[in-house]
Design a protein around this ligand. Sequence first.
Ligand SMILES: *[C@@H]1O[C@H](CO)[C@@H](O)[C@H](O)[C@H]1NC(C)=O
Ligand SMILES: *[C@@H]1O[C@H](CO)[C@@H](O)[C@H](O)[C@H]1NC(C)=O
Ligand SMILES: *[C@@H]1O[C@H](CO)[C@@H](O)[C@H](O)[C@H]1NC(C)=O
Ligand SMILES: *[C@@H]1O[C@H](CO)[C@@H](O)[C@H](O)[C@H]1NC(C)=O
Ligand SMILES: *[C@@H]1O[C@H](CO)[C@@H](O)[C@H](O)[C@H]1NC(C)=O
Ligand SMILES: *[C@@H]1O[C@H](CO)[C@@H](O)[C@H](O)[C@H]1NC(C)=O
Ligand SMILES: *[C@@H]1O[C@H](CO)[C@@H](O)[C@H](O)[C@H]1NC(C)=O
Ligand SMILES: *[C@@H]1O[C@H](CO)[C@@H](O)[C@H](O)[C@H]1NC(C)=O
Ligand SMILES: [Cu+2]
Length: 805
Amino acid sequence: MSLTRLVVALAAMAATHVIAAPSNGFDSPDVFGSMHKPRSCGKGKGHGKGPGKGHGKDCDHFQTCDNYGDTPTTTAPKENVWGPITPADNVAVWNLLHADESLNLTDPSKAVLTDNYVFWIDTLHTNKSDVLPYLQGTVEEPPRKYARAIIFRGGIEEPDSKEFMIGPLPVGPETTIEPLDYIFNAGRGGVVPFNGRVFDSVRAAATEPLIVSVMEELADITEKLIGGVFYGEQDNRTTLAITPDSPMSFNGTDSYRTIMFRYPGIATYLTPLDFYLMLDCPGTDPSAYKLKGLATNSRYFTSIAELRAAWDAGELKEDYQQVRNPDWVLMNHRPEMGKRDLDDRFAPQSLEVGGKRYRVDKEQQYVEYMGWSFYLAFSRPLGLTLYDIKFKNESVIYELSLQEAAAQYTGRNPKAAATMYHDTHFSLGVDVATLVEGFECPYGATFLPVIFYTANTTVTHPNGICIFESDIGIPISRHRNGVVNEYGFDNLATVKGSALTVRSIATIGNYDYMFDYQFHLEGSLEVSVRASGYLMSSFYYPADKGKYGPRVQVATQGALHDHIITYKADFDVAGTKNSLEVSEIVLVNQTQPWFPGFGTFEQMELDISTMEKEQQFNWGENGSKMYCIVNENERNAWGEKRGYRIIPGKSNVHLSAKNSPFSLRQMPFAKSHLAVTVQHDNEPYANSVQNSELPSTPQHDFLKFFDGESVEDEDIVLWFNLGMHHFTRSEDVPVTLFTDAVSSIMFSPQNFFDRAQDGDLLNRRYVVPNEETGELDFEAYGVEAPTCKLQFPEPVLGIEKYIIE
Ligand SMILES: *[C@@H]1O[C@H](CO)[C@@H](O)[C@H](O)[C@H]1NC(C)=O
Ligand SMILES: *[C@@H]1O[C@H](CO)[C@@H](O)[C@H](O)[C@H]1NC(C)=O
Ligand SMILES: *[C@@H]1O[C@H](CO)[C@@H](O)[C@H](O)[C@H]1NC(C)=O
Ligand SMILES: *[C@@H]1O[C@H](CO)[C@@H](O)[C@H](O)[C@H]1NC(C)=O
Ligand SMILES: *[C@@H]1O[C@H](CO)[C@@H](O)[C@H](O)[C@H]1NC(C)=O
Ligand SMILES: *[C@@H]1O[C@H](CO)[C@@H](O)[C@H](O)[C@H]1NC(C)=O
Ligand SMILES: *[C@@H]1O[C@H](CO)[C@@H](O)[C@H](O)[C@H]1NC(C)=O
Ligand SMILES: *[C@@H]1O[C@H](CO)[C@@H](O)[C@H](O)[C@H]1NC(C)=O
Ligand SMILES: [Cu+2]
């Protein structure tokens, strides 16, 4: 990112007279509390006002801080073998597919139901068995890349969707187009029946005439009942919008649409209406599509005539009218809500004032930070993925990747009751974009582009991913020894806490998911996901009595739903062969000879076992079970198995529904907190991107991973779910809040080392009162707070346009 940099004295930015960081924050006894008076300098550049003006000294003699310095570079030890195929590869693959007469492809932008066309092209995952010899150096050449392509084949005898693998790349004489079957295990390989394939714009367009014909006939009623009419999305008389629905098939032989109407525009997700159409729309012949039924006023009608009869009899009316004016859902500043004291001051910032402490190889998408190293990869369905994660040059995790972001809704209406989204189905990765510097990533963060392909073009989102180190707001560790003197200690040791975050935000329609991977200094790795954006809401029915969520506007109910975000963590803790150790706290009654008076009495004990077989499992009740990925063959100095602990964080839930027809068999991965399997090249993904339209006959069945294999001393994979039960509320308006809509997990060294890994950090203080002078001696290990002027970008910078070429 090229930014014009504006150098601003910190004093001016803070709009107060404090701080040009002291030359040594810890060099005098008055460092604590209010006794400390930092130097001030008030003549800021750029900002003329502020109470600092006129106070203190001029900042001009300070050097410029390095907080906007270039990201230090490094050279990745290996080629990034997981990264995306190149734009040139995409074009070559596109051309190769279109040159193949047997595929008989049509330009997707002109395609109709009965054509064959490319749905998308992406990168095929690289087999781990091919990668390991390269990483270990036993093979010189990196594994060759392959593309995967989904082709919609409406033009063949039995229309379907079929997936292909194309490679090796770059395209050359050896390159072939082969069916891609091996990553799908439910029996049909890469083939999905026509009715179960992604309901793309071509299929949506084919159903529109039926929707229009129904709604045209009912226009007089809908105008009066729900305040709008629908003549087609492009017709300028239309004042209603139709909603996306999913799933739209149960087993691939049927195909249906359950359409709820809403008001169009920015408030659309929060202005649902009490009017639903149910269509049957299987196959490639739209003349066979038909209306199945209509619903309003909590009644179901099997024909237009039935509904009209009820209307004519005066039986249909709305108690509440939906709000047309979208003002109430805008995310703008609302002066009518008042003003908070001091809120006009610039908020605290986390800035890399000492200069960046991480290195990036932008070419190879490789990062090094305080002993950590890892590679980044990106895919259309899954977004950002991390590979070969090492700490202190030892392997911890081979692959850490999102697998699915699912949401299932509930409600006593045809739309909410039937809604279950898999966001990878909607290519979550293409919705990763546009991070606002200073607000979503700190000023000075490193931004990386996101690249994906649409047909034979390359789309680049310049600020799709950010990397930054920030203050975590707590010391990693500290201790105060002794309370014998005026300071309250003989010595006090404290270690500064900071962490490196890799962040991306995907906006999938109504929702914004923020995905963070946070690398801590002592070897912990935290994964978290947060949700913001608009609720997918229901019309407000008082008869529901709040059972499906509260009323959040005059005619809107916040529909209760689950978010389940599934991840894969292919642990390779100090090597590929690992086991999953369970340490459960159990209570036992025992006698101890030195307490004869108690007889038997209760003690906690650890019941330690190793999981034997592949399985799905849950967190222990009230935290009673510790799960660790251990390496039986690697011991620390104390003879303990070296391991990483899996620590539950915030909101660790699994899907509530067990037998819902909409989530019946296509998402078993969402139905337990955790699962462990043996790593196989043909089991790279928990889900398939086309599973969501096949709830009863999935293309890919996660349950088939659990076929009794031993997970002891094997290359094992941990699958885990983050998420939340979204108990909706008025404070979800205008949008859900990231602060509490959060779920997380942490992986931490467990006897991986012989002691805590913060002893080598220099950003620490050791404070001892001098016995003779009574003053405090500060040991700063050569790391002092800098005296410098901070840099900020021009205020409007931080967003760059998409590049399409
Ligand atoms: C190719 O597909 C078109 C429809 O896109 C179809 O009309 C034509 O018959 C097909 N050709 C062959 C050889 O199958
Ligand atoms: C709608 O479109 C028609 C045909 O293009 C045009 O004649 C008419 O003026 C438009 N009406 C409105 C309200 O924009
Ligand atoms: C799919 O569901 C329909 C309707 O429930 C049923 O008639 C049909 O046999 C099912 N087909 C398959 C392949 O399961
Ligand atoms: C890291 O480990 C590899 C072997 O796994 C070794 O070749 C390399 O020298 C080590 N690097 C450092 C900095 O210790
Ligand atoms: C992409 O396809 C379009 C339409 O077929 C064509 O006009 C264009 O030249 C192609 N671009 C590349 C880079 O091949
Ligand atoms: C321990 O003994 C008490 C008292 O007899 C009994 O209630 C309790 O269930 C015992 N606990 C266990 C773990 O056996
Ligand atoms: C806490 O966990 C222990 C061990 O699993 C279990 O026996 C106990 O019932 C749990 N207590 C509560 C309040 O859930
Ligand atoms: C990856 O491994 C699977 C399973 O062994 C194999 O079928 C497939 O061809 C391999 N893929 C590539 C690109 O070599
Ligand atoms: Cu939600």
